[in-house]
Ligand binder design. Structure first.
Ligand code: FHN
Length: 582
């Protein structure tokens, strides 16, 4: 109950805040317009941690490379010696900005100060920076912000409210586990907190004055010492000193605060959100450079991720962790180039498009622009029949993107269209079918809101489940898995966990019949449960199967099977998801 009241209070605070601060939609929409059209940006994680390349005293560390001071528990004095070695003698700002531009990115956000506290610019408020500690006589951020201007990219700055070097903060001794004492850092005293807030404001003013930052990207909001009030105060400060800049929601408390935009991380929401948002993703696992992290996502995965995110109204902020020398890792270079080859050809089907309120089709994603729909087809129909549901209108012309002169045949049914497409797709990443409607004829059926999925939930997609046995059937219309009659049958997922920690397992199902036992396994963790009779097959209810600790980064084998020995139907499964409880 207490948490409920806290949540309600926060939500009311935020809405009051919105009213107090004239966060009228028009102001926000004006500020966010370029961002909404941009769809795609580059994240850069670069700092003293890059020097260590993910290893400490010969040991390859787990977790993110930029957390190495925390994971190896390196005392401040010793870690300063690492920062002294920061020497990016191959840094070429023009090459970085050009790589982002060529990939189809429209903005760049760089870590100017990560949790380690080391500043990537010569700040007058600390000696712990590239000039006074590392002896670098270059204005790295200045070169980069100029290069971004040259390529028409907006320049943004990441800034951590956590600062492991600043004397206002100290790790909380005795906190163990993955999110250890460095993650639970606390303020030394209220006075020191005041000084630190002023330190942050002074440095943020420097980032405005010297580099004209257009995006403030905060991080570290999970810490107790940083309150919603602190965040709102900092937000107000920034709105005054750089009125047109946009600010991410981690300036305050990301779970309740959604201004100016939300920031799901290495996760993509299951549906459109009712606020602006940007999902940040790594290409491998680590944000900072980690020499032994070479599990790079394929360019096809990345291109489809971009389209998936854009189709839900969000932006993709794709991360690069440059080497200590200042170069991009090889694994990033070719993927960025392949993404660019696709985005450049398909620019008009992506940028400046908007969310199309249709149910997410199983074959791909849909984007809308004026009177056109862009059907991004990931899985080309073998029967050459492409169906899009939940809309009405008069199609003026239908064609495959690369052959506009060849009109496609289509038939209209009630609130859907069946388009006959060629035998083969023209692009293995995403082939686009264009539907041009007569002006103002296009309308959409009401989209049934999926279960409210939190932006960080991991949804185990039913369409990507591996089904073993004949008693489990995917029902396309209802997008559910049904029957599960035999306890010899099971569904399996291979799920990558990039943020270790505690997760709640939530399952939505329906049943009109006797309840039966089942189990969900996550590697060697077993959750046992009983299906619940909801009275109707069409009536779905979500239950919690409990909490699990997934303490390793990597792939987990997740399976679900009935355990009761009878041949009755277990239930109709609508969704199963892992909700992070960090
Ligand atoms: O702790 C950071 C992490 O190092 C990285 O910067 C990500 C990227 O947004 N943010 C935090 C983890 O949520």
């Amino acid at each position: 109950m207490k948490q409920f009241l806290i949540a309600i209070t926060c939500l009311m605070t935020v809405s009051t805040y919105a009213l107090e601060h004239n966060m009228a939609t028009k102001d926000l929409d004006q500020r966010m317009a370029w961002f909404n059209d941009a769809k795609f940006g580059m994240f850069i994680h670069w700092g003293a941690y890059s020097v260590l390349k993910g290893s400490w005293q010969g040991k390859k560390m787990e977790f993110y490379a930029e957390w190495i001071q925390a994971k190896a528990d390196i005392p401040k004095e010793q870690y300063v010696k690492v920062a002294e070695q920061f020497n990016p003698d191959q840094f070429d700002a023009d090459a970085w900005a050009k790589a982002a531009y060529d990939a189809g990115m429209k903005y760049m956000v760089i870590t100017t100060k990560h949790h380690e506290g080391f500043c990537l610019w010569d700040s007058q408020y600390t000696k712990y920076d590239i000039k006074d500690t590392a002896g670098i006589d270059r204005d790295l951020l200045g070169e980069l912000s100029e290069a971004c201007k040259k390529y028409g990219l907006k320049f943004g700055t990441y800034y951590s409210t956590i600062d492991w070097h600043h004397d206002s903060q100290k790790p909380v001794e005795g906190v163990t586990g993955h999110w250890n004492k460095w993650a639970k850092i606390e303020m030394v005293s209220p006075q020191k907190k005041k000084e630190y807030v002023q330190y942050m404001k002074n440095q943020l003013q420097e980032l405005v004055d010297r580099y004209d930052t257009q995006i403030f990207w905060f991080d570290g909001d999970w810490n107790d010492f940083w309150t919603m009030e602190d965040g709102k105060d900092l937000y107000d400060f920034l709105r005054k000193i750089q009125p047109n800049a946009i600010i991410n929601n981690r300036v305050a408390k990301r779970k309740e605060f959604k201004y100016d935009f939300g920031t799901p991380e290495n996760q993509t929401p299951g549906e459109k959100l009712d606020y602006y948002w940007e999902a940040c993703w790594t290409i491998n696992h680590s944000w900072g450079y980690k020499a032994h992290d070479t599990k790079w996502k394929s360019s096809k995965t990345l291109i489809q991720k971009l389209i998936d995110i854009n189709s839900k109204g969000g932006n993709l902020l794709l991360n690069v962790g440059p080497t200590p020398e200042g170069t991009f890792p090889d694994g990033c270079i070719d993927r960025l180039a392949q993404m660019g080859a696709w985005t450049q050809v398909h620019a008009k089907t992506l940028y400046e498009t908007e969310y199309a309120p249709v149910k997410t089709p199983s074959w791909g994603r849909v984007l809308k622009k004026d009177n056109s729909l862009f059907l991004h087809v990931f899985d080309w129909p073998k029967n050459q029949k492409l169906t899009i549901e939940g809309l009405e209108g008069t199609i003026h012309k239908a064609y495959v993107f690369n052959k506009p002169e060849e009109a496609l045949v289509f038939e209209k049914e009630s609130q859907s269209f069946n388009i006959t497409v060629p035998k083969e797709a023209y692009d293995h990443n995403s082939s686009v079918v264009v539907l041009e409607f007569e002006p103002n004829s296009l309308s959409f059926a009401k989209v049934a809101k999926n279960e409210k999925s939190f932006s960080n939930d991991i949804n185990l997609a039913l369409t990507s489940a591996r089904i073993q046995g004949k008693s489990i059937v995917y029902e396309k219309d209802s997008q559910t898995l049904r029957s599960f009659n035999s306890n010899k049958d099971s569904v399996r997922w291979n799920q990558e966990i990039v943020i270790p920690g505690k997760y709640e397992v939530l399952l939505s199902s329906s049943l009109n019949g006797p309840e039966n036992d089942f189990e969900v396994k996550l590697n060697d963790i077993v959750l046992k449960a009983k299906s619940s009779n909801t009275g109707k097959w069409a009536k779905f209810e979500e239950i919690s199967l409990g909490e699990v600790e997934l303490d390793q980064i990597g792939n987990y084998s997740i399976s679900l099977r009935k355990t009761s020995a009878n041949h009755k139907s277990l239930f109709k499964l609508k969704s199963i998801r892992l909700r992070p409880i960090h």
